[in-house]
Design a protein around this ligand. Structure first.
Ligand SMILES: NC(=O)C1=CN([C@@H]2O[C@H](COP(=O)(O)OP(=O)(O)OC[C@H]3O[C@@H](n4cnc5c(N)ncnc54)[C@H](O)[C@@H]3O)[C@@H](O)[C@H]2O)C=CC1
Ligand SMILES: O=C(CO)COP(=O)(O)O
Length: 311
């Protein structure tokens, strides 16, 4: 019984550290050399974690966690589908694919294997890596498989809550990153904590509107994967999405090599909103801002000048 984690970035390595304290884990990374994790410098992985750049070393695992960035998942699945298909898969990425509009579970669904799951919720890799307590959502349409995965992936400090609402769980995790960029812009532009609270609340209303239109359940959005992760990511400078927004708001540059899932997701969501006539002012403004089509001042003005309406 071995778990394989595909993707040795910050989150994959953090999960390997947490799960490796409980049993054997293989951590695969593209071009990974040695046990040093570039995105989590200084992390010492337990001896039970095998680190490799050879995907064949994951073939004896009976459970696969995919922690490559969202925009890389489609290509990864296309390239390695035959190797992945027959085993339970858990997507650990947050976002909406820009070219297809699909979430991670819908992409894994194309393989036709057991019902894929998604693991999402408020959790910084750095916290998980050092064993701080964390609660996450494990969503799987097949509740028996979901219960098995929940038990398998929970540890004394990593508590997994279960839901069959895959759409709600993955959209909560995807959309909160867009809102975190916006919250960062608000703080970076000096608009203050009250404005951030307003942005988070109206952003949550937008997340709910979008997710309900896609078939999600409202209570999922109110849980760890939606509200919980929105709060974490919009209020902590540990968040890359928030920090990216902060830089935009301040007019500063930002390291382009940093994974900022909310940027592509804003574009994908804004496009879906446009074609389906959904009112998504924050996502639309973030998409236009990251594409350089509007300035920070114009983005703020676009939100403040909307007609007054009932809450
Ligand atoms: N870092 C965090 O605190 C958390 C991250 N996540 C999610 O985990 C996912 C992965 O993010 P991180 O690990 O943080 O990113 P990261 O930037 O730390 O690492 C990404 C890793 O993916 C690899 N990669 C990129 N393209 C690839 C491809 N085509 N094939 C194979 N490997 C590829 C990179 O080499 C790198 O090792 C994201 O969707 C993120 O939203 C979720 C919760 C917490
Ligand atoms: O998803 C996360 C926390 O739950 C990590 O957020 P960032 O990708 O913004 O760093």
């Amino acid at each position: 019984m071995k778990i394989a984690i595909l993707g040795s970035g910050a989150f994959g390595a953090a999960l390997a550290a947490a799960l490796g304290r409980e049993g054997p884990v293989v951590l695969w990374g593209r071009g990974q050399a040695g046990r040093e994790i570039r995105r989590l410098p200084g992390l010492v992985l337990p001896g039970s974690v095998t680190v490799t750049a050879d995907l064949a070393q994951t073939d004896d695992a009976d459970l696969l966690l995919l922690s490559v960035p969202m925009q890389a998942l489609g290509r990864f699945v296309a390239d390695h589908g035959a190797r992945l298909a027959s085993r339970p898969l858990v997507a650990c990425c947050k976002g909406v694919d820009l070219t297809t509009g699909l979430g991670p579970v819908e992409i894994l669904d194309t393989l036709g294997g057991p019902a894929p799951a998604v693991l999402t919720g408020p959790s910084f890799a750095a916290d998980i890596a050092i064993g701080l307590p964390t609660a996450l959502t494990l969503a799987c349409r097949d509740d028996a498989l979901g219960a098995h995965l929940q038990a398998r992936l929970s540890t004394p400090v990593l508590r997994l809550y279960r839901t069959p609402d895959v759409i709600g769980a993955e959209l909560g995790g995807a959309l909160k990153n867009v809102m975190a960029i916006a919250a960062g812009v608000v703080i970076g532009a000096g608009l203050g904590d009250s404005a951030r609270a307003a942005l988070m609340t109206r952003g949550y209303a937008e997340m709910l509107r979008f997710a309900l239109a896609r078939g999600a359940r409202a209570e999922t959005l109110a849980g760890l994967s939606g509200f919980g992760d929105l709060v974490l990511t919009c209020t902590s400078a540990q968040s890359r999405n928030f920090s990216f927004g902060l830089s935009l708001g301040r007019g500063e540059s930002f390291d382009p090599a940093t994974t900022v899932e909310g940027a592509a997701t804003a574009r994908a969501v804004a496009e879906i909103g446009r074609t389906q006539a959904l009112d998504l002012p924050v996502s639309t403004a973030v998409a236009a801002l990251v594409d350089g089509r509007i300035t920070v001042t114009e983005a703020i003005q676009s939100l403040l000048s909307r007609p007054l309406k009932q809450e």
